[in-house]
Design a protein around this ligand. Sequence first.
Ligand code: V47
Ligand code: SF4
Length: 355
Amino acid sequence: MNRIRRKVLDDMRLSDDDALEMFASNDLLGIGELAALANHRKNGDTVYFNVNRHINYTNLCVNRCTFCAFSRDRGEDGVYTMALNEILTKATEARDAGATEIHMVGGLHPDLPFDFYLEMLAAIKAACPELHIKAFTAVEIDYFAGLAGLSDADVIEAMKEAGLDSMPGGGAEILNPEVRNRICPEKISGQRWLEVIETVHRAGVKTNATMLFGHVERAADRVDHLAQLRALQDRTGGFQAFIPLAFQPDNTRVPEARGVGGVDALKTLAISRLYLDNFQHIKAYWIMLGLKVAQVSLCFGVNDLDGTVVEEKIGHEAGADSPQALSKTQLIEQIRKAGRVPVERDTLYQVVRSY
Ligand code: V47
Ligand code: SF4
């Protein structure tokens, strides 16, 4: 750890071996302290949150990843697809409640045409022009390109024109092909995920990046995942935040999953902060981490607590025991009680209001 400490103090880039050494180390507090220092250099005492709402327009999905308790097959109990009106009502409610962003992702629907998604974007923009639309993963962009017979770049242009403002970071899971084959054999490859995101960034659209951890992956797979994200960020600078997603096991089909304890969660967030020196923001998604671990992570290199969310299905179908929504007041209180300065941001990290 001493060598790593020196490197961090000298602001030098960490190697893959450094990251592996930290994953193998039991010095959680040492790693956390370094991560807090690295974060403070970038973001001072500020901790960001936003007022947003998630809308998952359909859970019908042709992929059926084994870790996903949210998706359904056609005709299965609980399968749904929202009508455009329902989506619009949710977006309008969000806007009226003070949201600046809607976060929309869904399953890969076998029948909806590409135009449905364009109409959805355009209708939301027309009804709520002040809402930032953060929507679709690289997995969906790939699927739409197939549906529409268009290139990735053309899909992204059409989406931008219809109202897409930025994209979330889902679908990355673990990029390594062996792990991917075990947990989501039908999903696009890790290489393809990176390729689509690179095209999105080159079109001037910002995205986030995620990593699903605590299932069958090894520390080396996590480090490889981080390495590929860091290399892409060096090329494009298009990532805003990195979000490690703690695996929730209920109703999933990954019996050999290792699970995520508090120590692993904090260590993973801290190592992400230290290794991803070209990411400004490390986000603790409280839905998957639980609110208490998310709050403690603010002392382990994290500078973003995500948002109010309002209606959450992906984690809760898989047993997440966090609430589905937090009020702005609750988020502010969590940040204040960690001794930090709460700042409401918009999706592009512009300050809405400091508290
Ligand atoms: O890609 C699916 C994950 C992701 C489970 O960019 C699961 O701001 C845990 O990407 N346990 C979608 N995770 C969610 C996502 C996200 C969430 C919040 C903010 C942002 C952002 C992005 O959820 C999927 C998958 O990796 N997921 N099933 C599960 N059982
Ligand atoms: Fe479908 Fe996404 Fe769930 Fe995989 S994670 S089954 S692609 S909704």
